[in-house]
Write a protein that binds this ligand. Structure first.
Ligand code: ASP
Length: 313
């Protein structure tokens, strides 16, 4: 029995493991774990308190996949509901469909008893407003003061595809069933309606009980173009270890990075991390560049381990 999660998911991985110890399924575990992170207002990239789109509206993406039944469920661009992951689970369990988006997803969530609320915290609103005011020198806004206490100035020096974040969690129980979940508010200040890799089965997450699972965080467009999580699981099916499969997919993604996505040395300058859990219980975390971490829970407790970077920097 084991669970893993992205660096921001120590609490999620721990919850997933404890849920399985208490008799829950891996799916129960990953949903319970990710839900905790969706509740955290200090996590600016997931659920309640996530940074909004360019209009100042929080739009959430999430998906779950259950290895035991090989079914998946997802919601995209969901507004006003802080827990997209349990909603995604209900899409999987209550409908014959895999994904609901936008207004349909919101109405589905409300019909299932989820509360509607304003997900934009004051901190996230101020960060969005700060970004808005600095966006152009030729609009009507004056630049915000440099001593802004949000530390936003530092944050927004980064390029657009670096200002994101996501939670991924995978779990395997003692009978070999595996489930996984990925949840995000997506790239900060994204185009209204933009959907990233996180709710896309195969891109932001994938599991096959016979082989293992993979989920990713980082530049979603790259993960979508390469169907990254599916690619990792298929390489493991062909005999690669989790580490080998993860690094091979990152290398592939690096080699086909768009010209605008490359640094002076020609390497991909975006971040992408993959968290991999094989059906034999082996795990790996890989990242474009270090240091990045993966949370791992087993009978020995929950610990953060270093991911293996493609580029040592
Ligand atoms: N993968 C997420 C997305 O593209 C963002 C991130 O993890 O940084 O929406």
């Amino acid at each position: 029995m084991k669970s893993i999660a992205s660096h921001n998911g120590k609490v999620a991985s721990d919850q997933a493991f404890q849920t399985m110890v208490a008799g829950g399924s891996p799916l129960d575990g990953v949903v319970a774990g990710v839900t905790l992170v969706e509740d955290d207002p200090n996590e600016l990239t997931v659920g309640y308190g996530g940074l909004p789109n360019e209009d100042g509206v929080v739009q959430l993406d999430a998906a779950v996949m259950d290895g035991a039944s090989h079914r998946g469920g997802a919601v995209a661009a969901l507004e006003g509901v802080r827990h997209p992951t349990p909603v995604a689970r209900l899409v999987m369990e209550q409908t014959r469909r895999v994904m609901l988006a936008g207004e349909g997803a919101r109405r589905f969530a409300l019909a299932n008893g989820f509360a509607e609320e304003n997900l934009l915290t004051e901190k996230a609103r101020r960060m969005w407003h700060y970004w808005r005011r600095r966006r152009s020198g030729i609009d009507d806004w004056r630049d915000p003061p440099a001593d802004d206490d949000l530390d936003a100035h530092k944050y927004f020096q980064q390029e657009f595809y670096k200002t994101g974040g996501t939670i991924h969690c995978s779990a395997i129980d003692s009978t070999g069933n595996i489930a996984c979940a990925t949840s995000t508010s997506g790239h900060s200040f994204k185009l209204c309606g933009r959907v990233g890799d996180s709710p896309i089965i195969g891109a932001g997450l994938y599991v096959d009980n016979d082989v293992g699972s993979c989920g990713g965080i980082g530049h979603g467009e790259a993960a979508m173009r390469h169907v990254a999580s599916f690619a990792v699981v298929e390489l493991m099916r062909q005999g690669r270890s989790p580490l080998e499969a993860g690094l091979e997919v990152l290398q592939r993604i690096n080699d086909k990075a768009l010209p605008e996505e490359r640094d002076e040395q020609g390497r991909a300058k975006f971040e992408l991390q993959l968290f991999i859990l094989a059906s034999d219980g082996q795990h790996a975390g890989v990242a474009m560049r270090g240091p990045k971490e993966i949370a791992v829970s087993d009978a020995g407790g929950t610990n953060l381990e270093l991911c293996t970077p493609l580029w040592e920097e």
